[in-house]
Write a protein that binds this ligand. Structure first.
Ligand code: C5P
Length: 224
């Protein structure tokens, strides 16, 4: 593993709408570290499958897509994330609820997870990495310097997600979103491979009622 293991990693795991994406981005910016949005990789696999007409239960084809994922991560002049899949701008397409549901469907397949494992570990580059997902602390970076399990009440998570989508011009009913979140939580927590749960050595942070700034400050404080 050469010197990789010495590169510090902050793992931030948690359920849908816990705010881990925003927090991970802010923490990475504050430290000047790299960012891994591992959920985006699962979303890209689902999107690539949709683009090519691959069924979400066709394990061999999904593994081939995951193993050869042609994805590029960057940001525009304003610092907003930009993601390309096979040279096409996929920034908006991967953030839909459909892509999220597709991601959580392909994410139950161990061979797909295995195909993405090394790709995720390759993001560990100096001076450090903030990795956001479901199994960063439990599987991908078990030796992370700091493991945070970020959560919030189900109601608050549905409201946050609703606002996030609305800001992007996507109109979904709060009730439908709550159902979707519950369903995705259930699938992510109950699956037999890499279920969503805090690592034994994770610090749990319930962000209900906390501002983004307060959550970021807590994580930075824990990071030392
Ligand atoms: O975090 P995000 O909502 O983008 O993740 C989409 C889906 O990808 C999750 O619901 C989960 O099923 C899956 N995922 C995963 N492991 C990760 C990140 C995401 O299984 N490390």
């Amino acid at each position: 593993m050469s010197g990789r293991a010495e590169v510090p990693v902050i793992a931030i795991d948690g359920p849908v709408g816990s705010g881990k994406g925003t927090i991970a981005r802010r923490v990475a910016e504050a430290l000047g570290w790299h960012l891994l949005d591992s959920g985006a990789l699962y979303r890209l696999v689902a999107l690539a499958a949709a683009n090519r007409g691959v069924a979400l239960d066709d394990v061999d084809q999904l593994v081939a897509l995951a193993a050869n994922l042609d994805a590029r991560f960057g940001s525009d002049a304003a610092g907003n994330e930009q993601i390309w899949l096979e040279g096409e701008d996929a920034t908006a397409a991967i953030r839909t609820e459909e892509a999220g549901a597709g991601a959580s469907t392909v994410a139950v397949l161990q061979p797909v997870r295995d195909a993405l494992f090394q790709l995720q570990r390759d993001f560990r580059q100096p001076p450090g990495l903030v990795a956001d997902g479901r199994d960063m602390g439990t599987h991908v970076f078990t030796d992370a310097t700091l493991k945070v399990f970020l959560t919030a009440s189900a109601e608050e998570r549905a409201k946050r997600r609703h606002k996030q989508l609305k800001d992007k011009g996507i109109d979904v009913s709060l009730a439908a979103l709550s159902r979707d979140i519950e369903e995705r939580d259930r699938r992510d927590s109950e699956r037999s491979v890499a279920p969503l749960r805090p690592a034994e050595d994770a610090r749990v942070l319930d962000s209900s009622g906390m501002s983004i700034e307060a959550v970021v400050a807590t994580v930075l404080d824990w990071a030392g």
